[in-house]
Design a protein around this ligand. Structure first.
Ligand code: MG
Length: 409
C-alpha cells in the first residue's frame, strides 16, 4: 500500500483490514488509466502517487508496452490490466504470475471499463483508437478525464449528448481546454463572448514555408516548450494539434466555431483565455507541466498541492502573443473548416491526419504533404450531417485508405 495522507487523520491497522480501513477504501476514488504507459499515463501515475490514499488505481491499459505495464501493475496493484496487442499478453501474464487479471485484444479497454469497478477513467490513448473506450466510459456515466482529444474531434457531438443523457462528467486534460474549463467558472456559459486558445507555435514558428515543407522527422519532434509523445509533437509542428483543439473546444464547451480564436504564445505560460460579454478576459497561467491539468481533472472541483514547479512571475521577462500564419500552417484553416462543417468532417480530418503523420514518420511523405493529404480527404469525402458511431468509424477507415492511396498510388 502506498503511503500518503488523505487528510482525515484516521488511524490504520497493519493487520487484516479494520472497519476504519474498509470505510476509507469505500470513499476512495477508483481510477482506470487507458494509455498508462504513454506520456500522459506516466504523468497521471506520478500525480496519483502525490495524491496518496484518496485515490486507488483499479485498472491500467496499454496498447503494446507490456513490460512497462507489468512494472506499473506491480507498483499499483490494479484489479485488472488490459493489453490491446494480444501478441504479448502471454508474456504479461507470465510476468504478473496470476496476481492481476489480464485482458487482451482490441476490446480489452472497453471490457476493462466494464469490469474494473472504476468511477473515473483517464482516457490517454493517442488517436481515434481511444474512441470506443471513451464512448463506453461516457455511456457508463463515469467521470472521464479526457486527454484523448481525437475522440472528441471524431465524435464530439455524440459524446457530449451521451454524457448529458448518462450523467457522465467529461473533464479536459488537454492544457488549453483545462485552462478554458477553469476560466469558464468565472461566468455563465451564455456570458462567454469568445475563447482564445493559445499555441506555442511549435518548432517551426520562425521557419519559412520552404523550410517547413522539407522539415525532417527529427526537426518535427523537437518541440520548444512541451515534452510530449511523438504523435502530438508532429501535430504541434504542423499546427494540426491546434486544429484538433478548435474542434475539441467546439464540442466540449458548446461553442460556435467563429467564437474560438487561436493566438501564438511561444512561452506556453498562458494556457488559454475566455472573454466574457463585459470585456473581462480570464486566463489560466502555469508552468508547462501536464501534471497540473491531469490532477485538476481528477480532483475537480477541488484543488490539491501539485509536485509541479511553481511559476515565478518575476523571472518571466515577457509574455508575447502573435497572430497565427495560416499560409505557413494551413492545418489551422482545415481545423476551422471541419469545426464549422461538423458531422463527419472531424472524423475525416483526424483519420487523414493520423494516416499522414504515420507516413511522414516512416519517411514516405514530405512534411508539407501531411496537411495537403488531409485537405484532399476533407474535400473528397461524402459528408454526413448526423453520423452514428458506426458511420464515424467508417468515415475514419475511408479517410485512412484515401490518404494511403493518394500518398503511395
Ligand atoms: Mg493542448
Amino acid at each position: 500500500m502506498r503511503t500518503g495522507s488523505n487528510g482525515c487523520g484516521l488511524a490504520r491497522g497493519t493487520g487484516p483490514r479494520s472497519h476504519v480501513q474498509r470505510a476509507i477504501d469505500g470513499l476512495k476514488k477508483r481510477v482506470a488509466i487507458l494509455g498508462s504507459t504513454g506520456s500522459i499515463g506516466r504523468n497521471c501515475l506520478d500525480v496519483l502517487g502525490g495524491l496518496g490514499d484518496e485515490f486507488e488505481v483499479v485498472g491500467l491499459a496499454a496498447r503494446g508496452s507490456w513490460q512497462l505495464l507489468a512494472q506499473q501493475s506491480e507498483q499499483w496493484h490494479p484489479r485488472l490490466v488490459a493489453l490491446c496487442d494480444a501478441e504479448h499478453a502471454g508474456a504479461l501474464r507470465n510476468s504478473l504470475n496470476g496476481t492481476t487479471g489480464v485482458l487482451d485484444g482490441p476490446e480489452a479497454m472497453t471490457t476493462l471499463i466494464d469490469e474494473c469497478e472504476c468511477d473515473t477513467v483517464v482516457c490517454a490513448v493517442v488517436g481515434a483508437a481511444g474512441l470506443a473506450a471513451t464512448h463506453r466510459a461516457v455511456e457508463r456515466g463515469l467521470r472521464v478525464a479526457l486527454a484523448n482529444k481525437e475522440a472528441m474531434v471524431v465524435a464530439g457531438a455524440l459524446l457530449v449528448s451521451l454524457a448529458r443523457e448518462r450523467g457522465a462528467l467529461i473533464i479536459p486534460i488537454d492544457s488549453e481546454h483545462s485552462a478554458v474549463f477553469q476560466a469558464m467558472q468565472a461566468g455563465r456559459p451564455d456570458e462567454v463572448r469568445r475563447v482564445i486558445l493559445t499555441a506555442s507555435g511549435g518548432p517551426f514558428r520562425e521557419w519559412t514555408r520552404e523550410q517547413i515543407a522539407e522539415a525532417t522527422v527529427a526537426d518535427a519532434l523537437n518541440h520548444p516548450t512541451w515534452d510530449m509523445g511523438p504523435k502530438i509533437s508532429i501535430d504541434s509542428a504542423t499546427m494540426m494539434n491546434k486544429a484538433l483543439e478548435i474542434i475539441e473546444a467546439r464540442w466540449m464547451f458548446g461553442l460556435e466555431p467563429e467564437n474560438i480564436e487561436v493566438i501564438i504564445h511561444p512561452e506556453s505560460i498562458v494556457h488559454s483565455l475566455v472573454e466574457f460579454c463585459d470585456g473581462s478576459i480570464i486566463a489560466q497561467l502555469g508552468m508547462p507541466d501536464m501534471r497540473i491539468p491531469i490532477q485538476y481533472a481528477l480532483t475537480y472541483p477541488e484543488r490539491r498541492n501539485c509536485p509541479s514547479d511553481r511559476l515565478d512571475l518575476t523571472t518571466l521577462r515577457q509574455l508575447t502573443f502573435e497572430e497565427p500564419d495560416e499560409e505557413r500552417f494551413p492545418a489551422l484553416r482545415l481545423g476551422r473548416e471541419a469545426a464549422c462543417r461538423g458531422g463527419s468532417a472531424g472524423a475525416v480530418l483526424n483519420a487523414a491526419n493520423e494516416a499522414a503523420v504515420g507516413l511522414f514518420r516512416e519517411g514516405k511523405i514530405r512534411f508539407a504533404a501531411i496537411s495537403e493529404l488531409v485537405e484532399r480527404a476533407l474535400d473528397g469525402h461524402h459528408w454526413l450531417a448526423s453520423p452514428s458511431l458506426e458511420d464515424l468509424m467508417a468515415a475514419d477507415r475511408w479517410a485512412r485508405d484515401e490518404v494511403t492511396q493518394c500518398a503511395t498510388g
